[in-house]
Design a protein around this ligand. Structure first.
Ligand code: NAD
Length: 359
């Protein structure tokens, strides 16, 4: 079956880093291992420039029909003065909502060769390989009622609602258990069940779904303890699953354990495993157009896309091994350069990954 992949280069360094990921996908296609068709469309500032909307109908149509979507990044200072609905970031929110991407996958991987980039001691973080699954469309960020009001005694108060339906917990739970099955088969669910009823239900539902996945070892941590454990002994974790707000905080914390923003892929998925795959970083307008951006986060996003949306785990393994090989060979883009290694451009890095793939 041919996979229908939509490519959204976006803005800033987006087109440069996407080119390198496309190179990698095309190399797999050329050797006959990947049956795919690529389509290209605009999102963000480039879409606004061309069609007056950050998420134009033409893109929306292709996005809905795609099996998976690979995005560079959106945004740039030239768009900061636009009305909010026209800003590039709105395009990103719109596509996430449109495709009902409720599961956010945020890996934190630290290759041994880059262990010095972390603010933690190398022995604590070297070879870290952790996946945080964050619920993205529910919880306290969306719950009603919410607002800022004035009470009867004239004092203002602000309030939000943490609410999760069983069905919402179930669907994020299933995504997390499925991912654990494709990795180390250990899942840690993070909640605050001792204080928050909504997460008491969260824990109960995770336990129930766990019975459908007898091979996966399920554990639970309160979020405060999880935050401590992440800096104390991050390698104890395989997959973590948690609510929208806890996941927002913990996934940023975990990504910073790695110290190199140009290396981290991410994804958001819906119930039919359709996903939007993108590097964790932004469009880096400060270095756009210079061929010095690190394309590895985008190449690793393509690997995630193969594994989680297209069921091509072996090809994903090969891409990840090729990236590891290139790092072991001492190649570095400027952002991860250190003495004793060889500084290469964006395109040279992409070419090196393709070459390592062939071996
Ligand atoms: P950023 O991630 O773009 O850049 C932060 C710093 O990291 C910059 O110094 C940049 O040069 C560097 N950097 C980022 N990616 C790199 C890479 N691949 N290789 C080498 N260096 C890299 O964050 P920012 O500067 O806060 O935001 C810039 C623009 O990106 C803004 O318009 C913002 O809204 C947008 N943004 C988009 C996304 C997205 O598309 N998902 C996410 C975050 C920010």
């Amino acid at each position: 079956m041919s996979h229908n992949i939509l490519i959204l280069p976006g803005d800033g360094i987006g087109p440069e880093i996407i080119d390198e990921a496309v190179k990698v996908l095309n190399a797999l296609k050329a050797e006959g291992s990947l049956d795919m068709e690529l389509q290209f469309a605009k999102l963000g500032g480039s879409a606004y420039d061309a069609e007056g909307s950050p998420y134009p109908e033409s893109t929306q149509k292709l996005a809905k029909a795609a099996d998976a979507i690979l995005l560079g990044a959106v945004g740039g200072p030239q768009y900061d003065k636009l009305d909010r609905p026209l800003r590039p970031e709105r395009g990103l929110l719109a596509i996430r909502t449109d495709l009902e991407l409720f599961a956010n996958l945020r890996p934190a991987i630290l290759y041994e060769e880059l262990a010095n980039a972390s603010s933690l001691k190398p022995e604590i973080v070297a070879n870290l390989d952790l996946m945080i699954v964050r619920e993205l469309t529910g919880g306290i960020y969306f719950g009603q009622p919410r607002g800022i009001e004035v009470s009867e005694d004239g004092e203002r108060f602000g309030y939000n609602t943490l609410v999760y339906k069983e069905s919402e917990i179930e669907r994020i739970g299933r995504v997390a258990f499925d991912i654990a099955m494709k990795r180390g088969k250990r899942l840690c669910s993070v909640d605050k069940a001792n204080v928050l009823e909504a997460t008491e239900l969260w824990r109960e539902v995770m336990e129930r779904i766990g019975k459908e996945y007898p091979e996966v070892e399920l554990s639970h941590l309160y979020v405060d303890n999880a935050a401590m454990q992440l800096v104390l002994k991050p390698k104890q974790f395989d997959v973590m699953v948690t609510t929208n707000m806890f996941g927002d905080i913990l996934s940023d914390q975990a990504s910073m354990l790695t110290g190199s923003i140009g290396m981290l892929p991410s994804a958001s998925m819906n119930a039919s495993k359709q996903g939007l795959y993108e590097p964790s970083h932004g469009s880096a307008p400060d270095i756009a157009g210079q061929s010095i951006a690190n394309p590895l986060a985008t190449i690793l996003s393509a690997a995630m896309m193969l594994r989680y949306s297209l069921e091509q785990g072996e090809l994903a393994d090969r891409i990840e091994a090729a990236v590891k090989q290139v790092l072991a060979n001492g190649l570095r883009t400027a952002d991860i350069y250190e003495e004793g290694t060889r500084k290469v451009s964006t395109t040279e890095m992409g070419d090196a990954v393709v070459a390592a793939l062939a071996r």
